[in-house]
Design a protein around this ligand. Sequence first.
Ligand code: NDP
Length: 290
Amino acid sequence: MSPGKRVAVVTGSNKGIGFAIVKELCQKFDGDVYLTSRDEDRGRAAVEELGKLGFQPQYHQLDVDDEASGLRFRDHLQSQYGGLDVLVNNAAIAFKNAAPEPFSQQATETLKTNFFSTLRFCNIMFPILRPHARVVNVSSSAGHLLKISGENSVAIDLRKKLCSSDLTTEELTEMIHGFVKAAQTGDHVKLGWPNSAYSTSKIGISALTRIQQRAFDHDSRQDIIVNSVHPGYVDTDMTSHKGPLTIEQGAVAPTWLALLPPNVDGPKGGYVWYDKQIVDWVNGPTPTVV
Ligand code: NDP
């Protein structure tokens, strides 16, 4: 047991951007860094790969879709460290453009992992965050509010609700359930939503980030900060290796946010671009997508 030792966690970090975030944290974070994966073999292989490069991350199994797995990990952190200092919510899925699964199924599965499971995992972990903790929610350029692009009253209403400064987690959850329900009958576009489950999941994550920061601002634990981030268009399995950025480049902004120094002015509850620009999530404009 290492009570008081600082500890950082990256979800879905056996490969891709999460793997590179673990690598950079191993270089820069003053404490233990957890590489986690839903599949233990893939995770252990990734730890071994980093070991060959001279890095020694810790390992724990974590499937964010499995509540029991999240609870086991929280109990481990609580008993070994007495808390948590950095949480990077990186794990996500994306169906390929040519995926054969019907949109209804894509919507159910994508929103489950990227939004609902991420939210549940936050709710499991947030009680053990220590003062000065940093949370990073990996969003996307597809998660900008203006990806709800319609000028009809339903789209305007969705945008207005999502950026409202008194939106609650319960209301947001209800709205995202509404998207999934509408997607079952193909009515989501009529209701103002984008025709993309992935985009909706990331809009949800960036909206959630703003709500979470408002709660932290009133938390008795001092100086807890959460931001969402577009890591850039990165060469990973998710993009079928079409992104121009390396995983190390994709890790730069998430790691920067994970290591924001104590009592920094900001960003807080922000939407941050891969080059560390703080982007106006409500009004845009969004910088060029890379
Ligand atoms: P990858 O597909 O390469 O990696 C995704 C990781 O998440 C894998 O380790 C995967 O595990 C894991 N994962 C998926 N589902 C779960 C789950 N239920 N529990 C735990 N882990 C899970 O994607 P990227 O590295 O490209 O993406 C990382 C993040 O960056 C994601 O949030 C993505 O949406 C975001 N992003 C990526 C962009 C890009 O250009 N690559 C652009 C914008 C945002 P397994 O190996 O078992 O599948």
